[in-house]
Design a protein. Structure first.
Length: 672
């Protein structure tokens, strides 16, 4: 028992069963009660009681067709359970090394096993390898089996379009299910092999009687036309079984290529599988989370749409993928950057884009939705897309430097399109021009720009990596290297002069204040200062003591102002940064204790949100969150190396991958 939450980290990676189905609050399940399934194009959240309460089709940033997660009264859902008035008990797991979910529901009427998957792209010979070529299937397949029976499986569903703003016109198709449309060319097919009717509230109801060992299927699919919807309903049961089996095999094949080892391998592999679900394979974009508007505090207004590709988050994710040995995701991402960003001036680079490269992400509120547990407003789009956050320039160059280094160490060619290299050289030149300016910072403050320490440091990182790229291959990465080096050194002197406050005894959030900022925990992780430097050590200790709450690190001190009403949980990524700093300091016992404490805050399936409520240990914010899972991998790898007595240094992804590959070969294991 850690922080009031039953520990379950890594259980999803091993296939261990977990039990329980927590009660809902006014119709809302706890955020951590949800499992994530997906096809690397969209994703669904599945509650432990058998309800699918979140699904956007056909893509992850499309308007939701199921959104009971954000309004228990009108939001769409698809639920299957044993018939009966009493809620069933539940136990669930991910199939081993897979994103296929298995939930067993036991009620007075018998026991059902649900196997849920979103089938991966139909036409890809090697799905999930980063080289997407198919059009995708855009559906959820639920295999329903009576494990103790006979038992009557009961279906309840409510369908809609545009986040429940557009009601669905539902037509039952006897013996096959139903088709639904918005009357304007959008279609859904709901496959159900038993009885089906529309009740007085407009919800779809159905039953099917199953003998012990007998199976059926429930499928919700996006369709391009009425004809396609009817064709899907005419599919046989064997088709759905085959799709689930092929999807499970694809996930297991990808997981087998992941380079994880050591005592935290299960937790890291589950995090890797989450990150892969947040990959938009058609373009190579990497999204921050599959949801919008899950609150950072219940009833609060910090409710944002995270279904987009932040360059910062994506580059952090790429580093985690490189640690895991997944070059395909990196190649696909840099191809997406080339298509989405290279045609514009570097100083016009946005901090985020849509998954297809969209630049216009205007934010609006959906006032017809009540919000998760009445946390309003519900937002789509994200107004921060127009902010200037200078750290993004450095993160982009850092990510490419790490990728280039990784590829060279592994003796493979990096993705180096001339347009991409021109963009990156332009980014370095832009840093030279803008690093002295204020910005909104990594936390996307919605007030006046400031001179944030972390932003300045990442500008230093960008120029440092540009110089190193030029030194590695000047013909490929030429530029005014002397000017880059001069300005890099000027940034470092500026940060050391204005960013460190002797009166505080720490690096602070911004030049003009004394607030602490956990983002500066990344200074040793990017090589700006060693963790053991007295100034850095003092900063680490002060952040641990002043921003820590029962081991969890908050993003802000009480005096901090980001232009929004106060109120949020502890930021999970910040705690993992602290773990990494403690590891770098050689405080291995403390780092291990904190890391294992953090693992205890995971859901029973090993999933994390963006934040954790320090008082209750419950998940807050959009879920699951890439930031948290990538930081778990980063910290877990470094801690594992330290526990094995090997050095942990920033940017050792390539060397580690080579070592793990050699160790696998020596054991006779498959080597990706």
């Amino acid at each position: 028992m850690v922080g009031g939450v039953t520990g379950g980290a890594g259980t999803g990676g091993t296939g261990v069963e977990t039990g329980g189905s927590p009660p809902s609050v006014r119709g809302y399940r706890p955020i951590a009660d949800y499992a994530l399934i997906g096809d690397a194009q969209s994703a669904a959240l599945v509650a432990s009681d058998g309800g699918i309460d979140w699904l956007c089709l056909p893509h992850i940033d499309s308007p939701a067709v199921l959104c009971r997660l954000l309004d228990a009264r009108i939001g769409g859902f698809v639920a299957v359970r044993p018939a009966g008035d009493d809620p069933p008990t539940s136990r669930r797991r991910y199939l081993p090394n897979s994103n296929v979910l298995e939930t067993t529901l036991t009620g007075a009427g018998g026991e059902l096993r649900l196997t849920d998957a979103m089938p991966v792209a139909a036409d890809d010979p090697t799905p999930l390898d980063g080289a997407w070529s198919g059009r995708g299937r855009h559906r959820v397949v639920r295999l329903v089996e009576a494990t103790a029976g006979p038992v009557t499986a009961a279906l309840a569903a409510r369908l809609g379009f545009d986040f429940a703003a557009t009601p669905a016109r539902v037509e039952p198709v006897p013996g096959w299910g139903a088709i639904a449309s918005d009357g304007d060319g959008r279609w859904l097919a709901l496959f159900w092999p038993g009885d089906l009717w529309i009740d007085s509230a407009g919800e779809i109801r159905g039953t099917v009687r199953l003998a012990a060992g007998e199976r059926a299927a429930c499928v919700l699919a996006h369709a391009a036309s009425e004809a396609e919807a009817r064709e899907l309903l005419a599919s046989g049961f064997d088709r759905w079984v085959a799709e689930v089996a092929a999807t499970d095999a694809a996930w297991r094949a990808w997981a087998d290529r992941c380079l994880v080892a050591g005592p935290y391998a299960d937790a890291m592999l589950r995090s890797a599988l989450v990150l892969k679900l947040l990959t938009f394979e058609p373009t190579g974009a990497l999204v921050a989370a599959p949801t919008t508007s899950l609150p950072e505090t219940i009833g609060g207004v910090r409710n944002w749409d995270y279904r987009y590709c932040w360059l910062r988050d994506a580059t952090f994710t790429l580093y985690a993928f490189l640690l895991l040995g997944d070059r395909g995701a990196a190649r696909a991402f840099w191809a997406w950057v080339t298509r989405s960003c290279a045609g514009n001036a570097p100083d016009a680079l946005q901090i985020m884009y849509g998954v297809h490269g969209e630049r216009d992400l205007d934010e609006r509120t959906l006032d017809h939705l009540a919000g998760y547990r009445d946390s309003r407003p519900v937002r789509v789009g994200n107004g921060a897309h127009g902010q200037r956050q200078l750290d993004v320039f450095g993160e982009l160059l850092d990510a490419y430097w790490l990728y280039d280094r990784f590829c060279h160490e592994c003796e493979v060619a990096p993705m180096a399109a001339p347009e991409l290299l021109a963009l990156l050289r332009g980014v370095a030149d832009t840093i030279v021009e803008v690093w002295r300016e204020p910005d909104q910072g990594i936390w996307e403050a919605r007030n006046e720009p400031r001179h944030y320490v972390y932003s300045k440091v990442m500008c230093w990182v960008g120029l440092d990596r540009a110089v190193k790229l030029a030194e590695r291959g000047p013909a490929r990465f030429d530029g005014d290297v002397g000017r880059w080096a001069t300005e890099r050194d000027a940034i470092r002197a500026d940060v050391l002069t204005h960013g460190y406050k002797p009166a505080v005894g720490a690096f602070t959030m911004a030049y003009d204040g004394e607030e602490l900022d956990p983002a500066v925990l990344r200074l040793p992780l990017v090589g700006f200062l060693p963790a053991a430097d007295p100034r850095m050590r003092a900063t680490i200790e002060l952040i641990r003591d002043r921003l820590g709450s029962d081991g969890l690190v908050r993003r802000y001190e009480a005096v901090a102002d980001d232009g929004l009403p106060p109120g949020e949980g502890a930021f999970a990524i910040c705690t993992f940064w602290l773990v990494d700093c403690l590891t770098a300091l050689g405080e291995i016992d403390e780092a291990r204790a904190l890391f294992e404490r953090m693992l205890g805050y995971a859901s029973d399936l090993g999933l994390f949100g963006e934040e954790i409520d320090p008082a209750t240990g419950t998940a807050l914010g959009n879920y699951p969150q890439a930031f948290t899972h990538l930081a778990l991998i980063d910290a877990g790898v470094d801690l594992t190396e330290a526990l094995a007595g090997r050095p942990t240094t920033a940017g050792n992804a390539a060397h580690r991958a080579v070592e793990v590959r050699r160790a696998r070969a020596d054991r006779g294991d498959p080597v990706p």
